[in-house]
Design a protein around this ligand. Structure first.
Ligand code: GLA
Length: 416
């Protein structure tokens, strides 16, 4: 779709502006739908955001706490029922359509983008069948304004948006957490990515003006205010996309598992790496190989930093919160080894700018984006500095954007 402009001034923080922005994007997406599918009734249009994670790096699959926030970029889904039981999936970002029959969805993935919505469709239809809801055919158009592969969770955005839209068009009335879980099962099961739980929770449970605190061990969550009048969130994209990033992510997951398997012998009460205490690590530093030891050190220290960051936020100490972000980056670089020189450059440049509170890589790493928390008013200085430094070092500019928060999945009003 064309809705890639930031619309920053237009949507601002006030709900009326937000509503106008939603309506404009919904209308654009509905027009794109009308251009691709045969004439007929207007579709319903749904949206789900992407996310950035501010604290708790690589903790979700280790049972630790994370602190993501949704951003006002994401996935748009236009849906219109059809009576012949066919499902036609199209995207504004990829000309290849996928088609399936409602009673005979593919059982194996095709390794194309449509695996994400097809996986969700399988999950939601299973729930619809259980409720005796009628599954009719659908024409569906996906689009969005979220950079793909940048670590902003485009995959959770498309999965949650699809689950939310299907719930609405099939009239299931699923609780939000069921929508989140359907999205997670689809990605882990059908698509086959061993992702942690953070992304679909961050997207599905988002609330405007807040960070989500999610404890990935017991799945309890809480919304913590982050005042958009005081701070901005910048995301600087290195535009580095590592082909094997998924493999490297899976390797870190395996290394953490290996570290936990070794450490639990020394601390039998631990049920996941998050439970391991610093004293246990210190005492058994020589009992583990250096690589799993470094991974464990990042995880255990990041758990402590994330709890401290929550306390800082509760006290209104944004400097303390930002300092924890920057320490997290150091640990991701030194101990977890998921940074790249482009990310390190962005972080070093950003934290030298007055008004910047903290900076770190976000998402899995190996390229992608740095997230920067800054005081309102410092945006222009920040952008100037990081673009200049980065260009000097790498001969090209990073993409810098300022994001507002987002209130989570919703149907967009077409003004009918
Ligand atoms: C990726 C995964 C998340 C999380 C982060 C690292 O983005 O999708 O589940 O593990 O990496 O914090």
């Amino acid at each position: 779709m064309n809705a890639t402009g930031s619309g920053r001034a237009e949507r601002g923080g006030d709900p009326a502006a937000r509503g106008r922005w939603d309506a404009r994007l919904a209308a654009e997406h509905a027009r794109a739908f009308a251009g691709l599918f045969p004439a007929g009734a207007a579709p319903r249009v749904f949206f789900a955001p992407g996310r950035v994670n501010l604290m708790g790096a690589h903790l979700d699959y280790n049972g630790g706490p994370v602190m993501p926030t949704a951003i006002d970029r994401g996935t748009f889904v236009a849906v219109r029922p059809r009576l012949d039981g066919r499902i036609v999936l199209a995207s504004t970002l990829d000309g290849a359509r996928a088609e399936a029959q409602i009673g005979a969805l593919p059982a194996v993935r095709s390794r194309r983008w449509a695996d994400y919505p097809l996986g969700v469709l399988r999950e939601i239809l299973a729930l619809a069948d259980a409720q005796g809801a009628l599954g009719h055919g659908l024409d569906v158009l996906f689009g969005g304004n979220l950079a793909v592969g940048a670590g902003l969770s485009s995959s959770a955005s498309i999965c949650v948006a699809t689950a939310f839209a299907l719930d609405a068009v099939f009239g299931l009335g699923l609780p939000r957490i069921e929508i989140v879980h359907a999205a997670l099962r689809a990605e882990r099961g059908f698509v086959g990515v061993q992702c942690g739980i953070m992304d679909p929770y961050a997207v599905g449970l988002a609330r405007g003006g807040s960070l989500l605190w999610l404890d990935c061990k017991d799945r309890t969550s809480e919304h913590l205010p982050l005042d958009p009048a005081r701070v901005s969130i910048a995301v600087a994209d290195t535009l580095v996309r590592r082909e094997l990033a998924q493999g490297a992510f899976n390797e870190r997951v395996a290394e953490c598992r290996a570290a936990f398997d070794a450490l639990r012998a020394f601390q039998p009460d631990a049920t996941c790496l998050r439970d391991v205490r610093l004293e246990t690590l210190a005492k058994h530093a020589r009992d583990l190989d250096p690589t799993p030891m470094k991974r464990a050190r990042h995880v255990v220290e990041e758990v402590g930093r994330t709890f401290a960051a929550r306390e800082a936020l509760r006290r209104g100490d944004l400097r303390g919160f930002g300092a924890a972000m920057t320490l997290a980056h150091e640990s991701l670089r030194e101990h977890f080894e998921v940074s790249v020189p482009e990310l390190d450059r962005l972080v070093a440049s950003a934290i030298a700018v007055p008004g910047v509170l903290g900076a770190r890589l976000t998402g899995a790493g190996f390229g992608g984006c740095a997230v920067i928390l800054l005081e309102r008013g410092a945006e222009a200085d920040l952008e100037g500095r990081i673009v200049q430094d980065f260009t000097r070092a790498f001969g090209r500019a990073p993409r810098v954007e300022f994001f507002g928060g987002d209130s989570g999945p919703r149907e967009l009003d077409l003004g009918r």
